[in-house]
Design a binder for this molecule. Sequence first.
Ligand SMILES: O=C(O)C(=O)Cc1ccccc1
Length: 291
Amino acid sequence: MSLRTRHRSRRSLSSILGAAFLGTVLFGAVPCGAATPSAATSSEAAPSAAASSGTTGASRLDAVLSAGTLRVGTTGDYKPFTYLNPQTQAFEGIDIDLAQAMGKALGVKVEFVKTTWGTLLPDLLAGKYDIAVGGVSVTLERQKAALFSDPLMRDGKTPITLCQNKDRFQTVADIDKAGVRLIVNPGGTNEKFARANIHAAQIEVHPDNVTIFDQIIAGKADLMITDAVETRLQQKLHPELCAVHPDQPFDFSEKAFLLPRDIVLKLWVDQWLHRAVATGEYQAVVDRWLK
Ligand SMILES: O=C(O)C(=O)Cc1ccccc1
């Protein structure tokens, strides 16, 4: 099946993809019993997670608690999830606030460790951090070596281009023509999508996902194909740019936190997420960055 056909057949999914953050779609109604805000202490979370996994050995969760620090890997180049503010040198965004809230629930400090899309998984496997956050997509390559939390949102790839070119780049077939210049940030799912689907058009790699949109405005590239959530935000930040069809993306993917293969840590993170959804904490963070 061609991407074009798949795109058409996914129309019924578009209403879901429009606002597919966790809680609104993925979990639907979370059992009310989970909403006991004052019960989120580390002293009770760790043993219950260990018991339900059947694990008796040490977990990364124990290491985080005894170190008093949760080390969080993030790229800092992907609004609205993770952004390294050059003025303050502080990370900000949805996933940054969620990581801070996890640290608070565990009673530990949060230390952010900068990484890149290409080194996100190797740095996790090398033990440079305990969790990676910031709009991370669930992929088989990552699942082969690591674990993911429950999904945070659904999304998919869609073009963003100068508004005057919007009609030119509706389908992958429209884009994949000699002379078209597609720009991608390296090492993540955008480059992977481009290499798998674009053969006749030119693929230009731009190392910085923050300044990549200025390249399109400056006429150095014709378009980017990226996550619909990013196109929705970037068209607001750059009025010259238009997301092509963010409600009907070319493919389907999920965002989640990336974790080492440590089931106790994963269970704690998932239970914390369910609680954050049930209490409204999760939605409050999303609204802070997207409203
Ligand atoms: O590799 C991933 O998980 C990504 O989602 C990469 C990415 C980075 C920046 C914008 C869109 C996707």
